[in-house]
Design a protein around this ligand. Structure first.
Ligand SMILES: *Cc1c(COP(=O)(O)O)cnc(C)c1O
Length: 347
């Protein structure tokens, strides 16, 4: 006899770290280093790391709740929003219960579902965008959770307020709707809704957000959930492993919220640059759907590998999905210039 892991885990493909390159546009990170005020707060917090963190994330939860206009009971923090997704599935899915998602979307969805033992039901995108009617039709007896990634990773597309409201109101009341807004801060189109506003008065809706992208704290791992029904946030808090959100992450998130105006300048730059890069690529003949996030998607299909190679030759790493397309993060203006030059799309 020997030890044996669950078969579904043995079959999991191990995470493949990206290749390295001088210009890294592969992971949708904020290209700027943390603000000096945030680094200072981290350095000060380092003095106290012999102590366990506040496992209730009390202060950060109160400040965040006040900022978005909800009660602290409606908020749960986690070690990145990926971990919150895992907590949601643990809290809501028995084995073989279903999670409906649009596909292609965030790579963590199938991974988390498989680790938890939930069954993922991927619904193909239509014209690179969530097909909400098809997703509605895919919801069945065993569906416990449906995820709408808005804007969608990796295509950058977003669903509009009217269609999302229609969808939410048609989803059965016992199915939890998760609006993954990891890139919500980059939205500039008024027709793309703010999930927290949509959530109000709709008991089965929650929103996932993160400090990893717009706030530039990807390395610290801190994200949060906001739910209309406080019992949703409460069960998600219950599934958190004790002390998962480190004291340094909590302090850095607080310092980042205090510096929101300074950070907004960077987010605005990324949104402007996204428009510039997207339109230059389209002018040069690439198929690039309009993005609402901090990345663009080239729908390159069978040319994906060739474009990825072309970028690597220029020292630029994007995120190719063989046969589908390549996602390229918006970097600094100079990095974006290098990207456009590498693809023959300057000007
Ligand atoms: C990057 C990303 C996240 C954020 O993950 P963290 O664990 O908070 O770093 C969540 N959802 C999507 C769709 C993402 O692309």
């Amino acid at each position: 006899m020997s030890v044996r892991a669950r078969q579904s885990i043995i079959e999991l493909a191990a995470y493949q770290p990206g290749k390295s390159a001088p210009i890294k546009l592969a992971s949708n990170e904020n290209p700027h280093p943390p603000l000096p005020s945030v680094i200072e707060a981290i350095a000060e917090a380092a003095q106290g790391i012999n102590r366990y963190p506040d496992t209730g994330v009390t202060e950060l939860r109160a400040v965040l709740a006040e900022k978005v206009g909800v009660a602290a009971e409606q908020v749960a923090f986690g070690c990145g929003s990926v971990t919150l997704l895992e907590q949601i599935m643990h809290a809501f899915c028995d084995p073989a219960d279903e999670v409906v998602v649009g596909w292609r979307s965030f790579e963590a969805y199938p991974l988390v579902a498989q680790v938890v033992g939930a069954r993922l039901v991927p619904v193909p995108l239509r014209e690179e965008t969530h097909d909400l009617d098809a997703m509605l039709a895919a919801i069945g007896e065993r569906t416990r959770v449906v995820i709408v990634c808005n804007p969608n990773n990796p295509t950058g597309t977003a669903v509009r307020r009217d269609e999302l409201v229609r969808f939410i109101d048609a989803v059965p009341a016992d199915v939890l709707i998760v609006l993954d807004e990891a890139y919500g801060e980059y939205i500039t189109d008024d027709d793309v809704p703010d999930g927290v506003e949509l959530m109000r008065g709709r008991q089965n809706v929650c929103v996932l957000r993160t400090f990893s992208k717009a706030y530039g704290l990807a390395g610290l791992r801190v994200g949060y959930l906001i739910s209309e029904d406080p019992t949703v946030a409460a069960v998600v808090r219950k599934t958190m492993m004790p002390f998962a959100v480190s004291s340094i992450a909590q302090i850095a998130a607080l310092a980042s919220l205090a510096a929101a105006d300074e950070l907004k300048v960077r987010v605005d730059e990324a949104s402007r640059e996204r428009e510039r890069v997207g339109s230059a690529l389209r002018t040069a003949g690439y198929a690039v759907p309009h993005s609402h996030a901090n990345f663009v998607w080239i729908s390159a299909r069978e040319r994906t590998e060739q474009i990825a190679d072309q970028l690597m030759a220029a020292g630029i790493m994007g995120r190719p999905f063989a046969g589908e397309g390549i996602r390229i993060t918006i970097g600094t203006p100079a990095e974006n210039d290098a990207l456009l030059a590498a693809l023959g799309a300057e000007g």
